[in-house]
Ligand binder design. Structure first.
Ligand code: LLP
Length: 457
């Protein structure tokens, strides 16, 4: 008898994929093997090799629809969910979110270009960043993309660049609302001590200053308080603080039509995580904005939010092949896989935890062979460990491991450390698999190396 059921046997919440560890189409088939999107994982590896990122289209679309539906249900004014493309930027992701009626948040010329190539209409894109280059600002202005102003330098450059283009620009202002939330300190952004945005205390002067500019028109306010947040209260407070700032802007003659509350909703990486649903999050934000507007007799602004992780993380998994075993008697057994910190830098950066199982023995029905392993990556760094302790069934070299919840901030933060090529990404849906990102090769990595002529003998 098994003592506890596996996370693979949890009931799946189709309406809020962020509440599941696994993509919503995940199944343990009758032959005991794991499938996602109707595709057997071991077959995918035979076809596409390992390591491999897999994205499940149904999970992606259900996440997008949950945001859309909740906004329609709980917010009577206009609304626009915007995908934070830093979570996973690709032509495919841009195309998918545009097809679901989402806008997109970009923070570099690369992300902007990817969005445009993927078919996101320019008027649905917002451009963020605490140190945008002139070239990037010019790219945004030329393409009529709305800029979210982060600091005085940004403001000055925007005024100068719009003057040189002889055009007027709609801008939004990002500010730090002074809200603390419980998440890793590297991904907390709403407190006063943050590199992002204007301090809340500087807004009055800023509103005055913008009045003096010739080409800039302030139409919106933005704040983002952090990422992987499980509490609802910070976002309840945020709605109210932001509406109060609309009032303050009004007293300086600005008509704020758009309110962007950022992203931040957490996802379930492990059994211990219990994030709110997408609907609960949207409902909390909506009620706080609606109430504060009613209290102050303000027309409802267009409500925007910027989810990243809760759109793409649960839709993604990474498959690795087990290579070497190293048993240190009385201490631990290392198993090493064919990827690691280059395709998933989150464990070494944030001490992040994930859930995983064997692809061809996911439920580990034979309890006799249960063992705990430390799962290490293949990079030259002792800290390159994906799991400090992972319970698996009997496994051997060549077996496959599926790590869940890797759709966000894995590929987008990946590197080529040790000149390791990035894995391919495959989209699965209804039993079909399609490549959306090709596997890099070692030769690709040499493409930008140059040996000056005088070194060539
Ligand atoms: N909007 C802004 C302005 C942001 O800075 C972010 C995330 C988002 C939206 C989306 O937040 P989300 O819904 O994904 O929580 N690399 C870290 C996460 C960094 C988040 C950066 N900003 C990680 O792997 O956990």
């Amino acid at each position: 008898m098994k003592e506890k059921i596996s996370f693979l046997e949890n009931k799946i919440d189709l309406n809020s994929p962020n509440k599941n560890i696994v993509p919503i189409t995940t199944k343990v088939e009758i032959n005991g093997k794991l499938s996602i999107g109707g595709c057997f994982i071991d077959d995918l590896i035979k076809r596409y090799d390992s390591p491999l990122y897999i994205l499940d289209e149904s999970t992606l679309r259900n996440s997008c629809r949950a945001y859309k539906k909740a906004l329609e249900k709980h917010y009577p004014g206009k609304s626009l969910p915007i995908y934070a493309s830093k979570a996973n930027s690709s032509i495919f992701m841009s195309n998918l979110i545009a097809s679901e009626g989402f806008g997109l948040d970009a923070v570099s010329e690369g992300e902007l270009l990817t969005a445009l190539k993927g078919g996101v209409p320019n008027e649905m894109i917002v451009f963020h960043g605490n140190n945008k280059s002139d070239k990037e600002i010019e790219f945004a202005v030329k393409n009529k993309i709305k800029v979210i102003v982060d600091n005085n330098h940004d403001l000055k450059r925007l005024e100068e660049i719009s003057k040189s283009f002889n055009c007027d620009l709609d801008i939004m202002i990002r500010f730090t609302p002074g809200i603390e939330c419980h998440t890793h300190e590297y991904i907390r952004t709403g407190s006063f001590d943050s590199k992002f945005g204007f301090g809340i205390e500087s807004l009055k002067n800023l509103f005055k200053f913008i009045n003096k500019t010739k080409h800039l028109k302030l139409i919106g306010l933005h704040a983002h308080i952090g990422s992987q947040i499980f509490e609802l209260d910070p976002h309840k407070d945020l709605g109210e603080i932001m509406v109060n700032k609309i009032l303050e802007a009004k007293s300086f003659g600005h008509n704020i039509k758009e309110l962007n509350v950022g992203g931040g909703l957490g996802i379930k990486y492990t059994e211990q995580d219990d994030p709110p649903s997408i609907e609960e999050w949207i409902k909390t934000v909506s009620i706080s904005v609606i109430k504060a507007c009613e209290k102050n007799n303000l027309k409802l602004p267009t409500l925007m939010c910027e989810p990243g992780r809760s759109i793409v993380s649960t839709a993604g998994v990474t498959i690795y092949k087990i290579g070497s075993f190293k048993e240190i008697p009385g201490i631990r057994t290392y198993i090493s896989v064919d990827g690691g910190m280059s395709d998933n830098p989150r464990p070494i950066t944030y001490q992040s935890n994930y859930s995983a199982c064997l692809v061809n023995n996911p439920l580990n029905l034979d309890e006799k062979f249960k063992a705990k392993y430390t799962v290490a990556g293949k990079h030259c760094e002792s800290g390159d460990v994906l799991f400090k302790e992972l319970e698996l069934g009997q496994c051997k070299t060549g077996d496959l491991i599926c790590v869940f919840g890797t759709g966000a901030y894995n590929y987008s933060m990946s590197s080529n450390y040790n000149r390791i090529p990035k894995p391919a990404t495959v989209l699965v849906n209804n039993g079909e698999a399609e490549i959306i990102q090709k596997r890099e090769t070692p030769l690709d990595l040499l493409k930008y190396d140059v040996l000056p002529d005088r070194f060539i003998k």
